[in-house]
Every structure is written in C-alpha cells, then in structure tokens.
Design a protein around this ligand. Sequence first.
Ligand code: ZN
Length: 425
Amino acid sequence: MTSQLITHVKIFDATGRAPFPGEVLIEGRRIRRVAEGAGQIAREEAAAVIDGQGMTLMPGMTEGHCHITFTGIASPAELGELPPEEHTLATMHNAKLLFDHGFTSVYCAASAKPRLDVVIRNEINAGRIPGPRIRAASPEITVTAGLGDERRLHLYRESFALIVDGVDEMRRTCRTCIREGVDNLKINISGDEFVSHCKAEMTVMMDDEIRTAVEVAHDFGKQIACHARAAGSVKRAVRHGVDVIYHCDFADEEALDLLESVKDRIFVGPAVGLLHNTLYEAEAFGMTREVCESMGFYRKMEATKATYREMRNRGIRVVPGGDYGFAWTPQGTNARDLEHFVKLFGYSPMEALLSATKIGGELMALAGELGQIREGYLADLLLVRGNPLQDISILQHQDNLAMIMKDGAAYKLDLRPRAGQIAAE
Ligand SMILES: [Zn+2]
C-alpha cells in the first residue's frame, strides 16, 4: 500500500475547528494519521512527501444538487433533442470539469437520460476516465403536465423527464431506473415559474404517487430526492419520507416545522445559483428586469432568502450546489454557491465550508468516512492557495487549487508558485 505524507499545511479538518498547522499521512485510499505541528510523523513512514508550502489542506467539496448531463441549455427540451452519443461525451466532460474545480463528490439530482449518470459513474469508478465520486440519478420523474412534460397533443417531445401517472406507472418507472443502476431517484412534486401551466407554488404529484416512489426507493436501498418549491410539496415530501428535499422556497411555518422534526434524516438544498444568475447575469438570454419581475423571480429570491436563513437557525442540514449547466450557470462555477450561502443566507464562511464538506459527506451516504480530515476517512483532499475562511471566493478559481486528491490519488498536483503569490510563511 502506498503512503504519502503531506507536510507544512494549515489543516481545515471540517470538524468546526479553526485551521491549525499540521501534517497528514495517507495510506492507500485513507487518511492514516493527522498530526498537529511539524515533524510529528516520521518521514520514513511515507513513500512520498508533499510539501504543502503553508497552504490550506481541506476536504474535497461535494456538489449537492448536480446535473452533470446539463449542457449549457436555455430550456429543458434542448436536452431531449441531444442524441445519446453526444450527450454521453458531454456528461463525461462535465464530470471532469467539476473535478477540476475541486468537487471530489457530486450528488446527482436528475440525469437528463436514464443511463447517462450511471455509465459515467461506472467509468470513473473503473479508473478509465477522471471524475468525482458520483451518486447517479434517475431522470426527473414527473406527472403529465408537470415540470419536464414538454409534450403537446399534436407533438411528441422529449425533455429531461420520465412521465408517469398513477401508482402503477410510478412503481414501474422507479424500478426500471433502479434496474438500470441509479443510486438516487428524483421526483418533481411541485411545478416551477417557467412552466406555463404548472407554477412553483402548485403541488401536482399526488400522495399515493409520492408514497409509491419512496417505498420503491427504500425497498431497494436507494435514496430519493425531490423538486419541491410549494409549501404543500415540502409537506408531502416530509410526510412520505423523501430523503433530499430541494428548493423549499415557499415553505411556510408548518413546512419548516416538519423539516425540523426530521432534520437528522433529511437534507435540503436551495440550488440558488440559477435564481441568482437569472436575476443578475442573464440579460443576454432574455432575462431582463421586466421578464424576471413578471415571472416572479424577485419575489422568489426574497422567499428563498427568508427560508434559508430560517433553515440555518433551525440547524437543518443544507447542501450547496445545484442547477449549474444552464446557459447562464456554466458547469464548473458551482463553488459560487458557497459565497451565496454567506451573502444571501447569513452563513459564516465556516458554516458554508462545513456544508460543502462535512454535510456533503453525509449526503453522499458516507457519514463517518467522507467530508472531514480525520483518521480513517477517505483521502479526498484539496490543497488551496490562501485561506477560504478569510475569502470564500478563492474556491471559485481552479488556479487556487494546487492539489486535487480523491481516494488518496492526486489527480492534480501543481505546487509551482503563482505570479504575485505571497511567499508561504
Ligand atoms: Zn435541479
């Protein structure tokens, strides 16, 4: 088993403790020892020594609501038009892009075609292509007239969804996705602003359909996530046992109480990057102030901010990331979410980092093994130029990542000093 020693680093261990000078010994895929100070671990113990030059060593980040199959689209139907061959390659490139930006884990929140996430996950796990740890998702499972149903009576159109009505179809579709290899099912319980007949505050998937999907997922030992903007959709999700509840923008007091009552079991994720960029960076795509106003996006931002400030107060586990891969939310810019947590939701930089690391590991169903720098944990690590606690935005630039390591293997290791870099202490 190969062993590596990383010396001369400030360790952000994602336990909540302030970064401290130290050294980390890695053996095979796992962290073998974490030592405070210098010279605590004998150099002879390691086959290789990496001098971290005073940089920050932190756990790799988790993207909590990832669509590696989204290819810079302006509308869901574009994904349906993309042939599977091109789509597979685009997904492969996106997976690498996320890895290049410090995301060593991604929790997929719907794949645009049933097997895209699955085959890319399998290729990465087999070591044939580079990429993060992936929990592969099903497509968005939706109801007729729900978010993702792009058909018309005179016209058949694919999008990113599988359409089911009633418990029989739901059961069959969920079981089919599981047979094809997904780790997570995804159901769309509410609509969204941009769907003309199925708005964000409408709860359109029925109780028996949700109950069936959850039962199938859990029967097979899988997880289930949902799209739930309306207060009613959040309540149905909690009551039927959905594991990961996305958005929750319009959660009312009762919905928040329900979420809090199961906070040790569930995760939520705002996926606020898309809303942020739609409001402030998408004029070139037709999202003018007037359009955003008429579609209710300003109102939604206010609701989202209030909801997630409350989630934070109640200690509900919130994961960053989500809905990157639209034309105005390019893949690879996902770490902007950490800054949004700080600026929009009142998180401290420490809390935002813990969401992306410690809580990310729990979301990946690897609690106690992933997301912290502790003995026995998987060695998914980043070596960062600078201190993200002082400036969380440094994680948005891949040049600031001197090392990206997954399972103890350094995918990137570039310790050359950058122009203008302050010499390490
Ligand atoms: Zn999404």
